[in-house]
Design a protein. Structure first.
Length: 433
């Protein structure tokens, strides 16, 4: 993954700025006007905001600067540019979910450095030293299809992300929904449900909400005519090996093979026929239990594996897969960059996670560009999901989860850049009169 430890250096900051002492004059306002195509292609715009505050506050702290920035953002919103274009029709949606500061971060008085401007703009703040002046606040603007703030519930996220994809599988399509982000940013909370002590409340998960929506669409007369059956499977990919989470007794890794319908299939994977949400909840509990077992602690293991929950619609007559929805809780993205361990197994795991997340990004990116070459063969995760990348009838949604604290800002920027690469949307700094 790209390292983003150093902040971008906007050219406007390389020289001392002639200052008019009038108040408040954010310098960002002189920044990017989308005049050329190359500028329009910019994903990420840095807006240095040196002077947000009146002079009588000579040394404002970061918290005050961010507070003033948010007030200003409300008055002068960021502007989305380039709304048309091939990406729009690609069937790829990229959303970001910001979690609240957790009790530990609150106790440490950590600053929330992520500002959202719903429905789709996000600003990441960082303080940068300046040669001639006090440190200045830097703001990196991003645009996604949707951003969700810390008050948004799982149901709110579901409505805009996985829910629209469910109709798609009833039209014979293949859909995927990924949660991507560093460990502790909220992937499992979003996909698998709220963790309460040692238990996970699967009812409140996108997995369960998706299944419930499937059963409700199945009741509609049009779906009833199609005579479809629902099956669910739940497995994980851990260090290039596939393990069935619904057959916890079976510790043997599973193999993959192309079936006679030229669809990728995991051999001997348990696909449980289900006829209602209650059955799915039971399966999710079994799977989560199996995922948490093994290795040292639950989070340690789950942060190193990709968990894949699949809802498959099959024609009752032919048993042929009619539509498939894969919901994926990816391995922690920080694991990809983790090469600090001297343990060779950990290094191999990290290298594999790194590879799979990179290949995944390139596959979705290529899919969005209607590229004929999609590098799905390059890792196990994308091999398993091959049918979700190739073909005309595929749709994908990525939910990038981020922690808002200042200490997490580098991981957060990595996540935002990753999500940006998946789908390049443009943003323009506000033009303030
Ligand atoms: P990950 O799976 O990315 O490692 P988790 O989903 O386990 O992260 O989240 C880490 C902690 O943060 C959990 O205690 C979880 O309940 C909490 N959390 C995550 N996202 C949210 C959110 N949107 N609202 C409230 N708490 C959250
Ligand atoms: Mg997790």
């Amino acid at each position: 993954l790209p390292q983003s430890e150093s902040l971008p250096q906007p050219q406007s900051e390389s020289l001392p700025q002639p200052q008019s002492e009038s108040l408040p004059q954010p310098q960002s306002e002189s920044l990017p006007q989308p005049q050329s195509e190359s500028l329009l292609q910019m994903q990420e715009v840095t807006t240095p905001t040196a002077r947000l505050l009146p002079e009588e506050l000579p040394k404002p702290d970061t918290e005050t600067l961010i507070r003033y920035f948010r007030k200003r953002l409300a008055l002068h919103p960021l502007v989305a540019v380039g709304l048309s274009g091939p990406m729009k029709a690609s069937g790829i949606m990229v959303c970001v979910r910001k979690r609240p500061l957790n009790p530990k971060e609150l106790a440490a008085r950590e600053l929330d450095v992520i500002s959202l401007q719903p429905p789709n703009m996000l600003v990441a703040h960082a303080m940068r030293p300046h040669v001639y002046r006090d440190p200045i606040l830097h703001n990196q603007n991003f645009r996604f299809d949707r951003v969700f703030d810390e008050d948004c519930s799982n149901a709110g996220v579901f409505n805009y992300t996985a829910r629209p994809l469910i109709r798609h599988i009833f039209e014979g399509g293949w859909a995927t929904c990924f949660a991507y982000g560093q460990t502790g940013s909220g992937k499992t909370h979003t996909m698998g449900g709220v963790v309460e002590g040692r238990n996970q409340n699967v009812m409140d998960s996108i997995y369960a909400m998706a299944a419930s929506e499937v059963f409700s669409i199945l009741q509609e007369p049009e779906s009833a005519q199609r005579n479809l059956r629902v099956g669910c499977s739940f497995f994980e990919i851990y260090n290039t090996k596939i393990y069935d989470l619904l057959s916890p007794g079976n510790k043997q890794p599973l193999r993959m093979q192309e079936n006679c319908q030229h669809q990728m299939e995991v051999m001997d994977l348990r696909e449980c026929p289900t006829s209602g949400t209650a059955e799915v909840l039971a399966l999710l509990n079994t799977g989560n239990g199996a995922r948490a077992l093994g290795k040292t602690s639950a989070n340690e293991k789950s942060s190193r594996s990709h968990a894949i929950f699949q809802i498959v619609l099959r024609s009752a007559n032919s048993q042929k897969a009619y539509g498939k929805f894969s919901l994926i809780d990816l391995a922690g993205s920080e694991r990809a960059a983790d090469n600090s361990s001297s343990d060779s197994q950990t290094c191999t795991e990290s290298a594999e996670i790194n590879k799979s997340l990179l290949v995944l990004k390139e596959c979705i990116h290529a899919m969005g560009r209607n590229d004929p070459y999609i590098p799905f063969r390059d890792c196990k995760l994308t091999q398993v999901l091959r049918d979700s990348f190739i073909g005309k009838n595929v749709k994908t949604c990525m939910i990038a989860t981020i922690a808002p604290g200042m200490r997490s800002v580098n991981s957060t920027l990595n996540t935002l850049r990753y999500a940006n690469r998946v789908k390049e949307l443009k943003v323009q700094a506000p033009v303030v009169p």
